[in-house]
Design a protein. Structure first.
Length: 637
């Protein structure tokens, strides 16, 4: 037996087996080296068979950044965004969500195509404003403008359906223990007796006028908020001209454009029809038979638990499915199509009206064509001015001389911050690309012509830079004095309150402590937490009474310059029979809210099951930020 193994070890088969074993170790990680993995594109997030590439992550973040910029009305960089938001927390949350969706799909939670498409087809942005029908071309165009694809939107819709269905199933029938409702009902219906007095600023004393040394010290302590930001003013060169809007267009050019556009401008044939989509061909055959028998689409849809889609005066180009469009435009009035194999299910259509198409005349669209040609000429004029401006600059001419030479316009930009606010903090209407260009230049320098879209260009020049600086005491004396005085008054009030509370905790008589400050003691009985007197008594009193133990003193802010100091004298629980009904209401209400943390726990568990990870370094590189040495991290950590 031993000799047989020795002979095999010397054979070519043993050598081949060794080579295969070495290759296997090399590929699968015998030396922690994954050659095949190194050939794959990096992923920002990975979870099961789902992943997010750097391109997809950047597109997603760009959409969020654009929304923030629209809300704030200014340009926002990723550096600013991530200074306020934690990238690690964001990636962890997204990885957990992706892990849940990957797990849900594998577990069999798979929303049908019809459900997803029905949701998408209900979005108003995808409807043709003329036909008021879903327009597939408009659908793709709008998604492209938002840096999305139909596949991505449909996947997100499917994911959200999975989340909603799983979440509703998770909490259906969820019932909290009765003690939860009883606790809230008890707190709501119990009554409390209390004693209190109000310590005012006058009782505690007010701060004397500050000295310059105190104000300077205050300025140093609050340098970050008092420092004036950097301001920049400049000049904006605009290459468009009011004369461009009145450029004369000759008749020959109008006629040429009309002949070129006539087919596109003509009114196409339109049809009014209804469609019913069935899941099987057999069901579609029954629907077609019922429609041919004279039943209305609404009646047939109700009988088959389907919702008919109504199309009024619709051109062929507005029908998203080519097979359905061909069937509809092959029918006459009151005719019913045979079942059509559509992208989703089998479609049966019934035509109820036909509006013939009509060729458009030049008189019908003359103004439209003139505007098109005038816009084209205006863009050409702008482009020529830009070229002439660049040529003048290459010849060594100044920006002002080049502007006068080419017929452009120059507009002054007042001193603004990087966010586009003036010295008074008002937001100015300065386009984000202009602000961005203004902050990329040094003083006296001008940018190259930059496109703004739709044929528009601009040049920005920095005329003056006012560096960020600390203000002088005299320039902010009034503001700083108010802030310093307010801070000192709060300190005096708090110190006096602390001293009074120490006396009460030591057992000194409550009325005597109140009298030492000149305050009057108020005593009330039977106070409920949810009563109208809460406004009368004040927030500080109510908070102290219902967050303190019986016999223990409390201190709570009552107003901006006063503190409520009191004591709970008695706590009377509610009658059980009266609290039972409210306890059940609280139990139901709290049961619904409990679903949120329960679902969050399920998401984390699903992420762990699918081994969801994220790579912060790849994410930062995708956003154009400096990389950090952060490896792929499990989403649950």
């Amino acid at each position: 037996m031993i000799s047989m193994f020795r002979n095999f070890a010397k054979s070519k088969w043993a050598i081949g087996l060794l080579v295969l074993t070495a290759l296997g170790l090399l590929i699968t990680g015998g030396t922690q080296t994954d050659l095949l993995g190194s050939l794959q594109a990096p992923k920002v997030i990975s979870a099961g068979d789902r992943s997010v590439t750097p391109t997809e992550f950047r597109a997603q973040m760009d959409r969020q950044l654009e929304q923030i910029q629209q809300q704030q009305g200014r340009a926002v960089t990723y550096e600013e965004l991530l200074a306020q938001a934690d990238l690690t927390a964001l990636l962890k949350s997204q990885a957990e969500q992706l892990g849940f969706f990957a797990w849900a799909w594998k577990a069999g939670i798979r929303p049908g195509n019809e459900l997803v498409l029905r949701q998408i087809r209900a979005i108003p942005a995808f409807f043709d404003p003329v036909t008021n029908q879903f327009d597939e071309n408009l659908y793709k165009t709008r998604l492209a403008e938002a840096n999305m694809t139909p596949e991505l939107l449909e996947r997100e819709a499917r994911d959200q359906y999975s989340r909603a269905h799983y979440g509703s199933a998770l909490v259906t029938g969820l019932r909290l223990p009765r003690i939860y409702g009883a606790m809230y009902a008890n707190l709501n219906q119990q009554t409390r007796d209390g004693s209190w007095f109000i310590l005012t600023q006058d009782m505690a004393g007010t701060a004397p006028p500050p000295t310059d040394a105190q104000l300077n010290s205050f300025i140093s302590q609050n340098a970050a908020s008092l420092r004036t930001p950097e301001l920049r003013s400049g000049s904006l060169v605009i290459f468009s001209s009011p004369a461009d809007q009145t450029i004369a267009i000759d008749d020959e050019a109008i006629e040429r454009r009309f002949e070129f556009r006539k087919d596109a401008l003509s009114l196409p044939e339109r049809r009014t029809f209804a469609t019913l989509t069935a899941p099987t061909q057999a069901a579609a055959e029954r629907i077609a038979a019922a429609l041919r028998a004279g039943q209305s689409p609404a009646a047939v849809g109700q009988a088959n638990d389907l919702q008919p889609a109504e199309y009024a005066d619709t051109p062929r180009s507005a029908i998203g499915d080519p097979a359905v469009a061909a069937a509809v435009f092959g029918l006459g009035v009151d005719q019913v199509s045979a079942p059509v194999q559509a992208r989703v299910g089998f479609v049966v259509a019934k035509v109820t009206g036909v509006t013939p198409g009509r060729e458009v005349t030049l008189a019908d669209v003359r103004e439209q064509i003139v505007e098109e040609l005038r816009g084209q000429e205006a863009r050409g004029a702008i482009a020529r001015r830009v070229e002439a401006f660049e040529a003048a600059r290459r010849e060594g001419k100044s920006v002002d001389d080049a502007v006068r030479e080419v017929g452009a316009r120059m507009v002054g930009i007042p001193a603004v911050t990087r966010e586009g606010r003036n010295r008074e903090g008002q937001q100015l209407n300065v386009p984000a690309p202009v602000l961005e260009g203004l902050w990329k230049l040094t003083e006296g320098r001008a940018s190259e012509p930059t496109g703004l879209g739709e044929g528009q260009y601009f040049v920005v020049r920095v005329d003056d830079i006012t560096p960020a600086a600390m203000p002088s005491l005299d320039s902010v004396r009034e503001t700083v004095t108010r802030a310093w005085t307010a801070r000192e008054n709060v300190r005096l009030l708090s110190a006096r309150s602390d001293a009074l509370m120490a006396r009460l905790r030591a057992g000194e008589d409550f009325a005597a402590v109140a009298a030492s400050t000149g305050a009057t003691v108020t005593r009330r009985t039977g106070i409920r937490q949810e009563e109208a007197s809460a406004t009368e008594l004040g927030q500080g009193v109510m908070t102290g009474l219902f967050n303190s133990e019986r016999g223990k003193p409390f201190s709570q802010p009552q107003t901006e310059n006063s503190i409520a100091i009191g004591r709970v004298d008695r706590i009377t629980p509610p009658t059980p029979a009266l609290a039972a009904e409210e306890a059940q209401e609280w139990r139901t209400r709290l049961g619904e809210a409990t679903g949120d943390p329960l679902f969050a726990a399920a998401v984390v568990a699903a992420a762990e099951r699918t081994k969801a990870t994220y790579n912060e370094e790849t994410a930062r590189l995708a956003l154009g930020l400096p990389a950090t040495a952060t490896p792929a991290t499990p989403a649950g950590r």
